[in-house]
Design a protein around this ligand. Sequence first.
Ligand SMILES: [Zn+2]
Ligand SMILES: [Zn+2]
Length: 355
Amino acid sequence: WDYRCKPSYLALIFSILLVSYSRSYFPLLIFEYATSGWNLNVMPVLDQSVLCHINADISGMKVPWLYVGMVFSAFCWHIEDHWSYSINYLHWGEPKTWYGVPSLAAEHLEEVMKRLTPELFDSQPDLLHQLVTLMNPNTLMSHGVPVVRTNQCAGEFVITFPRAYHSGFNQGYNFAEAVNFCTADWLPAGRQCIEHYRRLRRYCVFSHEELICKMAAFPETLDLNLAVAVHKEMFIMVQEERRLRKALLEKGVTEAEREAFELLPDDERQCIKCKTTCFLSALACYDCPDGLVCLSHINDLCKCSSSRQYLRYRYTLDELPTMLHKLKIRAESFDTWANKVRVALEVEDGRKRSE
Ligand SMILES: [Zn+2]
Ligand SMILES: [Zn+2]
């Protein structure tokens, strides 16, 4: 191991070679494989998967990538976009060695890397997201970062958890396939990730709020566990939105216009301050037509008077609780049904006894 180095372009090309035309190495014509949830093409469209609800083109996250490895080709320390899960299957060849760090130590790892390679971070603050930082796991461990390792052999899956940093290398010629996925338990991590991106001024791959609202709009199609999780998330989101709109009123902004944000391209709805992709609301100005801000940055739009600024909103504050209520009905539908069954059985039981 080099203490820290940028991988050569050759190694990089071999370690992240995308075979875009074949898309997947899983047999798709044999029924058993074509419909199996373990087929990484099928996984993103399963009921309990969240990303299947996104219409926008996020193929980089939903379509599996293929990786050709050669001896010592490496993949650098990274976490997945939006802190999603990833699943990796090694089709054939020599093993892939993985190093992993639990999510609780993610900030510790980032802090150690920044401390040991300040010159790199000064020139590229977003370094860890560019997949080019190798660091000896022993170095991280000597600074108190917990690191685990495993060898993945052909025919084995490796799953990485939300915000769990991982890196590794190939022990020889091999061929792997990987895809991102998000389940109900990921939703809180996904929301915290957006807050984190906001502080880093990092672009989002998709709008988290839009994803939640899209699922909330069709509650009857949601997997029951997912409905419970979406309800919890949306409750928090609505509370936050109320607080932000109240602050806007207090600033003196009273004009408002509805906007179907999901129809706008992402680059027309990014906050000019933090780059977040707006969905529930944004602040704009009649006199400064280019650009808008998210409601966390209402003082960074322009110098114009508040009377010239206006709220662009997707839903009114009355519509949001209605959506929440429908989610709640779906989330509680199993309990409602189970209660009805219990009552029916008790009645039946009572009848039998009285006979
Ligand atoms: Zn912002
Ligand atoms: Zn203005």
